[in-house]
Design a protein around this ligand. Sequence first.
Ligand code: ATP
Ligand code: MG
Ligand code: FE
Length: 347
Amino acid sequence: RIVLGIESSCDETGVGLVRLGADGSVELLADAVASSVDEHARFGGVVPEIASRAHLTAMAPTMRRALDESGLELSDVDAIAVTAGPGLAGALMVGVAAAKAYSVALDVPLYGVNHLGGHVAVDTLQHGPLPPRCLALLVSGGHSQLLLVEGIAERITQVGSTIDDAAGEAYDKVARILDLPYPGGPPIDGLAKQGNPKAIAFPRGLTGPRDSRHDFSFSGLKTAVARWVEGEQRAGREIPVADVCASFQEAVADVLTFKAVRAAQDLGVGTLVISGGVAANSRLSALAAERCAAAGIELRVPRPRLCTDNGAMIAALGAHVVAAGAKPSPLDLSATPGLPVETIVLS
Ligand code: ATP
Ligand code: MG
Ligand code: FE
């Protein structure tokens, strides 16, 4: 069966196609993405109205590209999955409206699925089926969470979450402090490679013995970077940008991997999946590999292209939902900006 996935929760318009095998396996057939990131860059963050309009113009051409890439035709599609939430209301509505139209026109079932579950499900396109229980570290522009995944289409439980900023948000804010372009992840990742990660001792939020074991906090780190930079500027010294990037990045990767490995041990799970835009970070994956190996935990990190928002992740989750025999969503399905991570599919 062929499952089509549509993503429009933030600033990427994504259309993906996957093949669901009789054995429940999923195979990537097409992954077309159009991004409006450049249009938001001068504002230093996503402007919802601009994102919605960009989805509207990009949706049909991106659909065309995905079909061309796969060599399939619309009539080959057996089910449609769309991001129902969480995300920006106006942005989500464009994808949901498009998905409904295709669903009615093709007379195939529609599944409104969870964007966050999609970030985890995408890994099965690269590394095959997930074990019955695994831990997911989801780190993106809007979320930083530890999730216990007991069947990607069955049960996802939040174990921990950021109490303030998301990891990606911290990257974007620190980039702004350092006058680096938006989004901040890629330029900071690049500059960090030329800097000294031990140059500045930035704080590791919520890692004290009395702190919440599985929650994160990144706003103190962002403030510490801002204070440090201000101090140097006041003293008339030049900012060692590469060292700041490396030291900031080390603090983020240290906390994320330390807490993820500890949570895996607490929960007795042997597999860690890291996904979301920040999973594309080179230091995060390197440190996670080191610490997971030491702890005897299997590490799975999808390739960077699959970590950031795309339609293939929604098609992948949709395929697993279809395979699990879930009830399709009603045709009056709405966009749900605050969809909780536990809700995998809206039926
Ligand atoms: P959410 O999934 O929570 O709704 P989102 O979809 O906007 O948020 P993604 O597209 O998954 O988030 O990720 C975007 C974030 O990833 C941005 O904050 C960006 O700075 C960050 N990012 C991208 N590449 C890297 C990198 N190499 N290192 C660190 N962060 C990165
Ligand atoms: Mg994005
Ligand atoms: Fe995302």
